[in-house]
Design a protein around this ligand. Sequence first.
Ligand SMILES: NC(=O)c1ccc[n+]([C@@H]2O[C@H](COP(=O)([O-])OP(=O)(O)OC[C@H]3O[C@@H](n4cnc5c(N)ncnc54)[C@H](OP(=O)(O)O)[C@@H]3O)[C@@H](O)[C@H]2O)c1
Length: 230
Amino acid sequence: MKTALVTGANKGIGREVARQLAGKRFHVFVGARNRAAGCKTTDEIAKKGGNVTFLEIDIADNAIVTAAAREFSKVVDQLDVLVNNAGIMVDGDDAILEVSDDIFRKTIETNVLGALRVTRAFAPLLAKSKAPRVINVSSGGGQLTGGADGWSPAYCISKTALNGVTSQLAAALPKFAVNSVCPGWVRTDMGGSNATRSVEEGADTIVWLAIDAPQEVTGKFLRDREEIPW
Ligand SMILES: NC(=O)c1ccc[n+]([C@@H]2O[C@H](COP(=O)([O-])OP(=O)(O)OC[C@H]3O[C@@H](n4cnc5c(N)ncnc54)[C@H](OP(=O)(O)O)[C@@H]3O)[C@@H](O)[C@H]2O)c1
């Protein structure tokens, strides 16, 4: 049975990805920093027959991330799919010159370094897979093509940098498929109720990359199963 770890899987897009992968016979590790919320999601997926394990992981804390990799390896000895989904958007629509250093640091710490440190900690377990896959959940807000339109600049810059991490990891890990995904505008706590997509639609390309995409697809940015410009 293949294994998958989804960070930020207690709600939103991450929970839906975890649910769908469990339905496709993956042993899914529900990564969450909040134990109660993570266990609730784990129980919900288990009740539907999924093979699922809760994994406590705060991606903003390197010691917790490395401890999580140790905990993971006590349960299974390899990881096939890592979905770096956890993310925050803590700036509003303030212009870039008004966003504080603290907001920038916090955003980069989670959205950029968080994904990188989880990949680093789990890389030895991923390397044991025949076809390791890393999926970084990014955003069209990070695209440079076409220029920025000014909303949540710290968040958007963090996703531009996350795309840089994707590209670098793809170069450094030729056996791995490493890609960024824009899920579209999705109805979650982050996306809000006016968003145009359901969580099922938001999860689609992520789950496709986890299971059905050719392993040769790497170092790309995708939306709706198609490559999009950086
Ligand atoms: N919704 C959209 O329209 C949209 C569009 C483009 C991209 N995205 C991206 O999609 C991903 C999922 O977003 P979402 O819409 O599902 O948002 P969400 O409902 O707010 O969920 C975010 C998840 O990330 C977790 N998280 C945040 N910081 C964390 C940390 N330090 N350690 C571990 N988990 C952490 C949250 O945990 P807690 O519950 O503990 O806070 C939560 O589980 C994000 O990367 C986001 O940037 C979303």
